[in-house]
Design a protein around this ligand. Structure first.
Ligand code: AFD
Ligand code: MN
Ligand code: MN
Length: 410
């Protein structure tokens, strides 16, 4: 018998002895889905330079090919977030058909109101009503794309802010944002939700109009039920307790979803779980607890990756990320919640902590492999990918093809 099956049998018994419902846990792991971003497969870099990788995806078509390969191996990444106009396409019905032929679908639509030269002083926060109107028109364009692709998420991030004290009127900008976000909300397809993402700085250096979860929550509440907050793990100052923010937003019914990544310093877009796996695990303990209490969540939480892989091969880094996220979710499901509640009720601090550390320190690889086998996924997706020669084959195929100007424009 493969050694992993023996390891799985041992682990299964260990989990049963801990009083865990192993069948239910496996079901939850099998049901977890994570969206990959088109921009994670394409050219990326920093403000100091972009270092192209041979074979990296340049067009929406190539990005969808790579995303389909990630899903083929993992079986938990069936949707792909798109970014407009990085992924501008003349016929989104054709794009969706191309995606579906390969086993994936277009997911969240991400507008881009930060790179056109008109947006130098902001978009929804700009003092010129014509610039605000241009940004609103782009939101309309993205909502139309959602109707064609059947996407139900409009994922909003704004680079808006200022670089110096006195440069703009904070409250005036807040009012413009409220007005424009409400107008955008009114454009949503009827099944659509609007996710408002926050970020404490960058590219603006003095203030960012949607700088933290409280501002995003306030804007969402002013728009309506189908507006929620998007938590990007790279968008917090050092030491911020993200798992606490997540639990608060869950309780407010306003946790829309995540952009998974990791940071060492700021918005580094590093592989999720690479620099701080414990933080990812603690976030997932809040998520799996809420998802386990049927009445708590009014809508599914959108689990999406948002990373730029500059020094790692793109698709390899994406598959590695999916494995890290899957591992954190599985470990979080091993927390004995009944025992944890008892410890909490008795102020048994060490006992409560041990409920978490016992789960966090469990090697869940055999458990994941048993679920992957059931899903028809590769037992070790990253390993299989690295041995598959996919990167070399696609680099050959893509060599010489006319790239879409690097922005996925085709
Ligand atoms: C940048 C922004 C933000 C946004 C992403 C995709 O910081 O995270 O979601 O680009 O537009 O990382
Ligand atoms: Mn993000
Ligand atoms: Mn970011």
């Amino acid at each position: 018998m493969d050694t992993w099956r023996e390891e799985w049998k041992l682990l299964e018994r260990k989990l049963q002895n801990r009083g865990l419902d192993v069948g239910a846990i496996r079901k939850r792991i099998a049901g977890f889905r994570c969206e990959t971003p088109s921009w994670g497969y394409g050219p990326s870099g920093t403000r100091f330079g972009v270092f192209p990788q041979s074979g990296e995806a340049r067009t929406i078509w190539e990005k969808l090919e790579d995303a389909a390969e990630c899903h083929r191996l993992t079986k938990i990444c069936p949707t792909v977030a798109v970014h407009i106009p990085w992924d501008k396409a003349s016929d989104w019905g054709k794009v969706q058909a191309f995606a579906e032929e390969r086993g994936v679908k277009i997911g969240a639509v991400n507008p881009n109101v930060f790179q056109d030269h008109e947006y130098k002083y902001g978009s929804f926060g700009h003092c010129d009503p014509n610039v605000r109107a241009k940004a609103r028109a782009h939101m309309q364009e993205c909502c139309e794309i959602m109707k064609v692709t059947g996407s139900d998420l409009l994922s909003l991030w704004f680079a808006d802010g200022t670089d110096y004290p006195g440069q703009a009127d904070f409250r005036q900008r807040k009012h413009w944002f409220e007005e424009e976000l409400k107008a955008t909300y009114a454009m949503l397809p009827k099944n659509g939700r609007m996710l408002v993402e926050y970020k404490f700085f960058e590219p603006a250096f003095y203030h960012t109009d949607i700088a933290d979860w409280g501002m995003a929550l306030s804007f969402a509440q002013k728009c309506g039920e189908r507006a929620q907050v998007l938590v990007d793990l790279g968008h917090h100052a050092h030491g911020v307790n993200i798992e606490h923010i997540v639990s608060f937003l869950i309780d407010e019914g306003r946790l829309g979803g995540f952009h998974f990544n990791n940071r060492k310093y700021a918005d580094d877009d590093l592989t999720c779980g690479s620099t701080n796996p414990l933080e990812l695990f603690l976030i997932f303990t809040e998520l799996v607890a809420a998802e386990g209490e049927a009445a708590t969540l009014k809508h599914p939480i959108a689990y999406m990756i948002d990373q730029s892989h500059n020094t790692k091969p793109k698709l390899e880094a994406m598959i590695q990320t999916v494995e890290f996220i899957q591992t954190a979710q599985a470990k979080a499901l091993l927390v004995n919640r009944k025992k944890l509640k008892e410890c909490q009720a008795n102020n048994d601090v060490v006992g409560a902590e041990r409920c978490l550390t016992e789960a966090y320190n469990t090697d869940v690889e055999p458990l994941l492999m048993s679920v992957r086998e059931e899903l028809g996924a590769a037992l070790q997706p990253l390993e299989i990918y690295r041995l598959s020669g996919y990167a070399k084959k696609t680099a050959e195929q893509r060599k010489g093809k006319v790239a879409g100007a690097g922005l996925g424009v085709n």
